[in-house]
Structures are given as C-alpha cells and as structure tokens.
Design a protein. Structure first.
Length: 256
C-alpha cells in the first residue's frame, strides 16, 4: 500500500469501491482545472458500505443480532474516518480536495471523479453521523428481517455519499438513481399502512423527475463538445461553460 496518509485512506474508505467496477483503474493525471490535488497515481482502495451491505445480505436467517452489531460497528468506523477527513480538510482552500479520478466512459465524456469541498464536507459528516443513530433507533423497532433492513440502509448511505462527492454529472446521476432502489424496498417492506402504494408512487415520481435532469446533463455535455472541443461531464468543465440565455439564442438566430 502506498503511503498517502490517513486523510487519503479515510476518504478512500468512504468512496471506494462504490462503482470501481465501472471504472478503468489505470493511473491518470488529475484535471488541471481541479483546484486542489492530493497524491498521484492509483488511489488506495478500501472496502466501503457496499461490502458491509453484502455481508449483511449473505448472513443466514436468525442472525439479526449479529447484523445489528456489524452495521453499528461499520457505521461508527466510517463516521470516525469522516471525522479524520473533516480534521484534515484545508479550510483555507476553496477548491475540491481529496480528488479521486478514474477513466470510465470516455466516449460520452463520463469519468469517475470524486472530491469534496466546503459544502459537501458537512453533508458527508452529517450523513455518517446519522447512520449510527438510525441503526440504534432500529435496534428493537425493526423486528422483521432486521439484517436486510440494515443492509438496505448501508447501501442507501453509500449512494447518498456518492451523490455528495461526485464531481461528474453522469456519475452523480448514477448515484442519484441508485438511491431509489434501497429506498423503494425500505418503504415497501418496512413502511406503515399503504406502504406498497407509497413505494410505487415514490419510485414513479422520483424517476419521472430525474428524466429532465438527465436531459439537462446531456445538453451540458454537448455544450462542452461545442465550446471546448471534447465531451466532458466533469463539474469543473461544466462550470466553465457559457450558457446562452433564451434572448441571446434568439438574437444569434436573427443575425445574418
């Protein structure tokens, strides 16, 4: 293991390998537009919530008590590591920090890019703080198939953290849609009255709302090709775009 320090290892535990199977793991120089860079070459990979959720799914029936302790221990560990990231965060730097980048789908400009700034830092900290509380609150409250409930909860947290940390619009969209799956089962199985109806409505409305977001992402990626010469869904590239207003578009069409 390469020695990048605790702050890099902690961030790797939070983020990797969320969708590392989708990414090309070749070493690549970070984008020059990223204001803050940490480390070079391949990032140290650590098992995250995906592994814990899989462990809970694979536990045989009748081991709900063990599942509770695994979920609590894992969530507390990741919360502690998020505190390390918080304490290691350079508060004098307004750019993205602890950046992780991999090739993913270069044909459409999608890359596996994760990073953290001053806003997402507190969202990550809040998320990792709440999960152990949720596990403790569900200790006796969830009596039916507690291990699957906790597995879905950890999978949901992984998707939420991915959405907060994604610096690529396509990657953000994947995490956003991934959140719907555990939430659908959490509502449909452990919800109260009319839970099946509520789960179906939740899935339909959230999915329908995400379609316009996908259209907007595709539009922005096309604009990066037109303005910068290459497809890119990376947030720094998208933020540098000049988006024409409706009036400007109309005026440009009227000009000979």
């Amino acid at each position: 293991m390469q020695g990048y320090g605790w702050k890099n290892i902690s961030f790797g535990f939070l983020t990797e390998p969320v969708f590392s199977t989708l990414a090309n793991l070749s070493s690549e120089t970070l984008s020059q537009k990223l204001a803050y860079q940490v480390g070079k070459g391949k990032f140290d990979q650590r098992p995250g919530f995906q592994v814990l959720a899989l462990i809970l799914f694979l536990l045989p029936k009748g081991m709900d008590e063990l599942a509770r302790w695994v979920a609590l221990g894992g969530s507390l560990l990741v919360f502690a590591l998020s505190l390390v990231v918080f304490l290691s965060f350079d508060k004098t730097n307004a750019g993205y920090q602890f950046v992780v980048q991999r090739d993913w789908l270069p044909l459409i400009g999608a890359r596996y890019i994760l990073g953290i700034d001053g806003i997402s830092l507190f969202l990550v900290l809040l998320t990792t703080f709440l999960v152990p509380i949720i596990v403790l609150a569900a200790w006796d409250a969830v009596e039916t198939d507690a291990k699957r409930y906790l597995a879905f909860m950890l999978a949901l947290e992984a998707a939420i953290l991915g959405a907060f940390l994604a610096l690529d619009l396509f990657l953000f969209y994947v995490f956003w849609e991934a959140m719907l799956i555990p939430m659908f089962f959490l509502i449909g199985i452990w919800g109260s009255k009319d839970r099946i109806y509520a789960a179906q409505k939740f899935l339909l409305y959230t999915f329908a709302g995400s379609v316009p977001m996908l259209v907007a992402i595709i539009y922005l990626v096309i604009q990066t090709k037109l303005q910068q010469g290459t497809y890119s869904a990376a947030l720094p590239d998208v933020l540098s775009l000049k988006i024409l207003s409706l009036r400007e578009l109309t005026d440009s069409k009227e000009q000979p």
